[in-house]
Design a binder for this molecule. Structure first.
Ligand code: SF4
Length: 347
């Protein structure tokens, strides 16, 4: 009786890992998916909160991919371990605060550990040679294999024919001739393959899958570290950086201003931990004050809060200021115009 090889596939929820998994599944390999949750993932979170995305189906892309392929999926939470990678990446950052090479090394290591615990044979990923400058250059791929401890057991099906044969190929667990030769930043090869497999509705790569590749998000994280005077974070901190407009009127405090109903509801969940402002006389945003504030700061924040509410064109708006102990007061303020808010307050 032939024993089927068993592989662990890193499923991000994007098209590449979907195609790579399918390519190996079609060769009769048993595949289990692993999805890594770092806290910086975009999928599911912002889409689920933002009101303007309400027409889009709310889904976890990794679970959706697993469902489409008919494979089991395990979601591994690496938030605690990931912190060290974001703060001290051994291989440095990419264009923003994305530590891609270290990140890939960790993700593939997690897949390897799962593989070893469960007696599986190899790991596969949707990496494409030359697609990303930081982690997928030919010179970088061996670093991921080495750092993760997978070495010869790491198969990249989409680019396999352009790479040295791995153990799964040499052992005949997969047929190298039926693997891919895709490389570069163009998505043409993947889109053609998706069409051939009949895949539709897959997540588009625009916007990336991780907030650390986003210039605005990285600027907010840098600002957070600068004013906390240490490079550290808790999960809630990095969640709040994903939500709302962030304005820093003074070095000692910043404002987090909800942009729509969904964000209002999300920020309400944090109200007990921050002094917060809401417009009492008109619909408007929930605003959190992050930092130590005095009366002058709160008065300024009230005028800015009024600016972002429906009373922005009125002479006077009543703003409720609620302290962390629940005590509240009402301030009557004249809303600022957008010109009165300096550009460099926006993070
Ligand atoms: S884009 Fe984000 S999730 Fe992807 S490898 Fe880079 S740091 Fe990791």
């Amino acid at each position: 009786m032939t024993v089927r090889a068993r592989a662990v596939s890193l499923i991000s929820g994007g098209l590449d890992s979907m195609l790579a998994t399918k390519m190996v599944l079609d060769q009769g390999v048993d595949v289990v998916g692993i999805n890594i949750y770092t806290g910086f993932c975009i999928t599911g979170h912002t889409q689920a909160i933002r009101f303007k995305h309400k027409e889009k189906p709310k889904r976890n892309n990794a679970l959706w991919v697993a469902d489409q392929l008919g494979v089991e999926l395990h979601i591994l939470d690496v938030v605690a371990e990931y912190k060290d990678i974001v703060i001290h990446p051994k291989h440095g950052y990419g264009a923003h605060l994305n530590p891609c090479l270290d990140c890939k090394g960790l993700m593939v290591r997690k897949a390897r550990e799962w593989m070893e615990r469960h007696g599986f044979d190899f790991v596969l990923t949707g990496e494409v040679l030359g697609q990303r400058p930081k982690s997928q250059l030919k010179s970088k791929l061996p670093i991921v294999a080495r750092d993760s401890g997978t070495e010869d057991l790491l198969l990249r099906p989409l680019s396999a024919k352009l790479l040295r044969p791995t153990l799964p190929e040499r052992n005949g667990w997969v047929d190298r001739d039926r693997l891919g030769a895709i490389s570069g930043r163009s998505r043409r090869g993947q889109i053609a393959l998706a069409k051939a497999y009949g895949f539709t509705g897959y997540a588009q790569p625009a916007g990336g899958c991780c907030f650390l590749t986003d210039a605005n998000y990285s600027a907010k994280l840098r600002d957070f570290w600068r004013y906390r005077e240490k490079k550290d974070y808790e999960l809630d901190d990095i969640m709040l950086l994903k939500v709302g407009r962030h304005l820093r009127p003074r070095p000692h405090f910043k404002m987090i201003i909800a942009r729509d109903e969904g964000e209002n509801r999300f920020l309400q969940g944090y109200c007990r931990r921050f002094t917060h402002l809401t417009s009492d006389s008109h619909p408007g945003p929930v605003v959190l004050l992050d930092g130590e504030t005095n009366d002058e700061d709160v008065a300024l924040a009230a005028r800015v809060t009024a600016r972002f509410g429906k009373g922005r064109d009125e002479q006077e708006v009543r703003v409720r200021v609620t302290a962390m102990d629940g005590s509240a007061r009402i301030m009557s303020v004249s809303p600022w115009s957008s010109e009165q808010i300096p550009e460099d307050w926006y993070l």
